[in-house]
Design a protein around this ligand. Structure first.
Ligand code: ZN
Length: 259
């Protein structure tokens, strides 16, 4: 393990354009519940799950009713949002922010919607599945924070006149085009990808490491509690197995020793 941490530090220092990919694993260490684990949001509340599956269709057919549902979250799904608002970044988030400040990590692409990378100080963040803190115009793609928008008349509208939806990407909703483009560009330009707390099985996000791997010489490092399909398929060069909140700060420590 020590060897792998040193190896990761060396690889990061020798990279020219390193990016990080993060998933639920980094957020569960901040106490954010998952959806499909034994005590997950969907596992314990099938009705909430069924509603979530229909949420995007509801937006398309009746945006006002959709917004009433979004603003009136109750029950288990409400628990998720309450937990998110209480959550604080953990040492894993801070370590990635530190690597960005050091000029090593150029971008964080996250599947998480909790906004914790920003809270931890990361700046160049692509929120692949949107953010709980934002609204998005479906016409022009502009994002707004909740306090910038009046929710008096539903659905809220953008300055361009377009209807806004919650920025969070729902089931069956396509990933916003700007996000697909930006993250595809990052994955095809990076020379190192640090994948933290995700098994990368949900597409299209899961395509990013595979896209990076197509170019020879690109280093792919995983930090995860368990081996993943990326490990088994040989997409990643190596896996540092354990908690992101413990491993990433040690990697940063090793990087700093070598600067
Ligand atoms: Zn707009």
């Amino acid at each position: 393990m020590e060897n792998l941490i040193e190896r990761a530090a060396n690889d990061l220092l020798h990279s020219k354009y390193a990016i990080a990919l993060t998933g639920a694993g980094i957020s569960t260490e901040s106490g954010i519940p998952d959806f499909r684990g034994p005590k997950g949001i969907w596992t314990t509340d099938k009705e909430a799950e069924a509603k979530a599956y229909k949420r995007y269709e509801l937006f398309l057919s009746d945006p006002k009713a959709y917004w009433e549902e979004i603003l009136g979250f109750k029950g288990t799904y409400g628990r998720f949002y309450t937990e998110i608002r209480k959550a604080e970044p953990n040492p894993g988030h801070y370590a990635l922010a530190e690597l960005e400040r050091l000029g090593i990590i150029k971008c964080v692409i996250t599947q998480n919607i909790d906004g914790l990378h920003k809270k931890a100080g990361s700046e160049n963040i692509i929120e692949y599945h949107g953010s709980v803190n934002k609204l998005r115009c479906v016409s022009c793609g502009s994002r707004y924070e909740f306090d910038e928008v009046s929710l008096e008349n539903l659905p809220p509208r953008c300055k361009c006149g377009g209807i806004m939806k919650y920025d969070v990407v729902h089931f069956k909703e396509p990933i916003p085009l700007d996000v697909v483009e930006k993250s595809g560009k990052e994955a095809s330009e990076c020379d190192l990808m640090l994948i933290c707390g995700t098994s990368a099985v949900v597409y299209p996000f899961a395509g990013l490491p595979r896209m990076a791997k197509l170019r020879p010489g690109v280093k792919i490092i995983e930090v995860n509690a368990e081996p993943t399909p990326l490990t088994y398929e040989g997409i990643s060069d190596y896996l540092i197995q354990g908690k992101t909140g413990e491993i990433l700060p040690r990697v940063v420590e090793e990087v700093k020793k070598r600067l």
